[in-house]
Write a protein that binds this ligand. Structure first.
Ligand code: SF4
Ligand code: SF4
Length: 502
């Protein structure tokens, strides 16, 4: 599996000042991309856009093979399927004798015919970079509305692989952000029928190029255990050759401005470049855990200081404004944030403190206010609703209506809003009763009962939240809880109330 393979490469890495020529080479065929991932420095890159000259590429592949390279990946900072001669490049690498040829693609252009052509020419594996599990998240993360296209492409090629070429490996990589850090099991499950393996990582600072964005996007390690850290010494310097489209050897595959470029392969051969004084100095810094003012320092320590390039003649100057501000991503993050709910904070006496915060960022010792509503008809049945399959928490589970009070909202106002938003119910205020209030780790919960006969046919579901609703008896509800098909929430308070009453 790919995860294991990466671990092995990491473990076997020869952390030697003059390491042997690696088995693996990554080639940037082009730095163009047809996506604008919010965590990726591609769209703020000021290095001129371009693609590798095909004759140079053939020479590079040939020279690489002669010095012992056996695996080649055609991707680094751009989308490889935008390179018109990708099939020819794969074919040439195969003819020379490369044992493993792979690409990472965002999948937008990966239609079945294109991929069949690449496989026919010798492609061994494809990694789809899909950083969302629904189209709304996809649009926010990738800034293009292509979720369905990409998923269709993935499904088609996986079906093809199963029928005709089982040796082909298909992977999905998922960069999780705090807006898309669904449960790991859920993400894996979503893709599991369409690929051999799913690799999930927490958003990183893109080798130091996205110091600000990563702060805003990073998901909470504790919540989902998605790994994110880089370690020093970094294995990339010792076991991978990365070549930019200009033909520069660089220490890192995400060196968008060539700040870690250390040799020009148009002028020098691979072996002398691999051991030249510039990269040897950087390796020494890594081995001594003492990094200078370079991109690696920013990458490892999350620094926002403008780094210095290893070789100014090969680098394109970083745009400082762009580097230290959210710039073009700001609008996207702001829009997304505005969709997130802001809540009032309460103290431990349930009093308003005058402070507010994001719904999911309630600080320790403070609380927000939530409501649960039990809708009961005159047969003493309760109306329950089934959470949508794409909900982050408790997908497909049965529950009662509820939600968080947003800033400035009272408990009863939230009852009206939630019933309207989730099921399109307008409650009769005379039939509403507050039956309990209790404290949890992050919120106070007001428990309401609404006595109202409602026809299921009159309900309109908010598809993002609810997929079904039904009347059940109390016994049915208890059964659903035992079968773990329902969320218990304020059941105990409701049962106490209802049992006292009857
Ligand atoms: S992560 Fe890949 S697909 Fe997304 S913008 Fe960067 S290069 Fe393009
Ligand atoms: S910037 Fe340096 S430390 Fe970070 S991943 Fe690249 S090579 Fe490794």
């Amino acid at each position: 599996m790919l995860d294991e393979k990466i671990k092995k490469i990491f473990e076997k890495c020869n952390y030697n000042l003059y390491p042997p020529i690696p088995k693996n080479m990554l080639i940037e065929l082009s730095n163009y991309c047809n996506s604008q991932c919010i965590f990726c420095a591609n769209s703020k890159m000021t290095r001129p856009r371009g693609e590798m000259n095909f004759e140079f590429l053939c020479k590079l592949l040939k020279n690489g093979y002669e010095v012992g390279i056996r695996e080649v990946g055609f991707y680094t900072t751009g989308e490889p399927l935008l390179y018109k001669k990708l099939s020819d490049a794969i074919n040439y690498a195969k003819q020379i004798g490369y044992e493993y040829i792979y690409i990472t693609t965002n999948g937008i252009l990966a239609d079945i015919n294109k991929l069949k052509e690449l496989i026919f020419n010798g492609l061994n594996s494809i990694k789809f970079s899909i950083n969302a599990i629904n189209s709304e998240d996809y649009k926010f993360i990738h800034n293009v509305d292509k979720f369905d296209t990409v998923m269709d492409n993935l499904k088609n090629i996986y079906n093809y692989k199963k029928k005709y070429c089982n040796n082909l490996k298909i992977f999905v990589s998922y960069i999780a952000t705090k807006y898309t850090d669904y449960d790991i099991k859920k993400i894996k499950h979503f893709f599991s029928n369409y690929c051999d393996e799913v690799i999930i990582v927490n958003v990183r600072n893109q080798s130091g190029m996205m110091p600000i964005e990563s702060e805003f996007l990073k998901c909470n390690d504790e919540n989902n255990k998605i790994q994110s850290s880089r370690v020093i010494p970094c294995h990339y310097l010792f076991n991978v050759l990365n070549v930019s489209y200009e033909g520069y050897l660089t220490a890192c595959c995400t060196d968008f401005q060539n700040y870690l470029a250390y040799a020009d392969l148009n002028k020098v051969d691979i072996i002398s470049a691999w051991h030249n004084s510039t990269i040897t100095k950087l390796r020494k810094e890594h081995l001594k855990f003492k990094l200078g003012n370079n991109l690696c320092y920013n990458c490892i320590y999350g620094s926002k200081k403008i780094p210095k390039p290893l070789d100014e003649s090969l680098a394109t100057k970083i745009n400082e404004n762009c580097f230290i501000s959210l710039n073009k991503f700001n609008k996207r993050i702001r829009e997304r944030k505005s969709k997130m709910e802001i809540v009032d904070l309460l103290n431990n006496r349930k009093e308003l403190t005058g402070e507010t915060c994001e719904r999911n960022a309630v600080p320790y010792g403070k609380y927000r206010l939530s409501i649960h509503i039990w809708i009961v008809n005159d047969k003493n049945e309760i109306l329950i609703q089934q959470r949508s399959a794409n909900r982050k928490k408790f997908p497909n589970m049965w529950t009662n209506t509820g939600g968080a009070c947003v800033v400035g909202e009272t408990s009863i106002k939230t009852v009206f809003r939630e019933l309207k938003e989730e099921l399109d119910i307008i409650p009769n205020i005379d039939n509403l009763e507050l039956i309990a209030s209790y404290k949890r780790e992050k919120d106070y919960v007001d428990v309401w009962v609404l006595r109202q006969n409602i026809n299921i046919k009159d309900l309109k579901f908010n598809d993002n939240e609810v997929q079904d609703a039904k009347w059940v008896t109390i016994e049915d509800w208890k059964k659903l809880l035992i079968e773990e098909q329902a969320v218990k929430s304020s059941t105990d308070y409701f049962l106490k109330y209802i049992n006292n009453e009857f």
